[in-house]
Design a protein around this ligand. Structure first.
Ligand code: AVJ
Length: 328
């Protein structure tokens, strides 16, 4: 056998050494059980999230798009400040559909900037490096593949230009409030006075509207959650029977937390790798939090982290905000 051929045992040890495997085993081994929503986004999950974004009940994407298309100039002027050169860093850029509206305006208006998308997926970064110069001629792009804060350090080492950091789409909502506050503080530590954060935050609204977005009638959100069990089967040699789980979403208007669970419909045993996991009937796996804020709470978070909230852009329904936080 050639020395570079992997035996089945090597494959298993590669799986069992992966962070994904470790996190899944730790999460399903805890009481209560939980999985990390950052693992939703494999190729199938990306596709389901795309479907979700074009579903009427899932409003956040439409709201943020409305903000970017109806207030492009105002947003870009805020980013450009007095016209000095800057690095426009995007955390979790994805396919950059949303930010491309802003990028086009900045290019058309001769802004002196370099676009630096950061993503954990090296696929995403290599794709952006190839596609953006075609769709946005004249763009100066440096994609960074890695963890947000590691890559922010790298960006700071690459240039001493002013930084504008975009964190869009209410991705900050996937953290509980205390973690989001800590994240904002950590972000501030990587920036200097005069730098700016442009953050998309989903606002509190009618509880029925919020719940419908995470419990859509077509069941896309359900598939999106169940896909993580499929992914565990595919990548970690799991044997989840997907039909034995149902999706359950709740929104608490008091705390603003929208939470998703998968509920075990029967008492059952599931294998993941070499681990046996027991489920009681009706036992839940906590899957995801999508936290909603009041405008006042977002401003308080900015202040606590060492920023001044200098502007906020909202959609016509006041359901979503993109806030400008200046590092002070
Ligand atoms: C991509 C994190 C903003 O929480 O609204 C959509 C993910 N989860 N439907 C969100 C998601 C269920 C989404 N974010």
């Amino acid at each position: 056998m050639a020395s570079n051929t992997l035996t089945p045992q090597d494959c298993d040890s590669q799986i069992m050494n992966s962070q994904f495997y470790k996190d899944v085993i730790a999460g399903l081994g805890s009481t209560p059980k939980h999985l990390d929503s950052k693992y939703f986004y494999d190729a199938a999950g990306d596709k389901l999230f795309q479907d979700l974004m074009s579903c009427d009940e899932y409003y956040p994407t439409n709201c943020e798009m409305e903000i970017f298309t109806s207030q492009t100039a105002e947003i870009c002027e805020a980013m450009m400040g007095n016209g000095d050169a800057f690095d426009l860093i995007e955390l979790g850029a994805g396919d950059a559909t949303k930010s491309s509206h802003l990028l086009r305006y900045l290019i058309d208006n001769k802004a002196d900037f370099s676009y630096m998308p950061i993503d954990i997926s090296d696929n995403v970064i290599s794709l952006l490096n190839i596609t953006l110069p075609v769709t946005l001629p004249g763009i100066n792009i440096t994609g960074l593949n890695g963890e947000y804060f590691d890559m922010l350090k790298k960006a700071a080492a690459m240039s001493n230009r002013r930084k504008v950091v975009m964190f869009l789409g209410s991705n900050i909502g996937n953290m509980p409030v205390a973690d989001a506050q800590e994240f904002a503080k950590e972000l501030r530590r990587h920036l200097s006075p005069g730098d700016m954060v442009f953050v998309g935050i989903d606002l509190k609204k009618s509880p029925k509207t919020v719940l419908a977005a995470y419990n859509d009638s077509e069941g896309i959100t359900k598939q999106f959650n169940l896909n993580l069990l499929h992914r565990i089967n595919r990548e970690l040699h799991g044997n989840f029977n997907i039909d034995n789980f149902d999706h359950y979403a709740v929104y608490d208007p008091e705390t603003g937390a929208c939470r998703s669970y998968l509920i075990s419909l029967t008492q059952q045993e599931v294998m993941v790798g070499d681990k046996l996991i027991h489920f009681e009937k009706d036992e839940y796996i906590f899957m995801e939090i999508s936290q909603k804020y009041t405008m006042a709470q977002t401003e308080e978070m900015a202040i606590q982290a060492g920023f001044k909230a200098t502007a906020h852009f909202t959609d016509s329904k006041n359901w979503f905000t993109d806030a400008v936080w200046l590092a002070v």
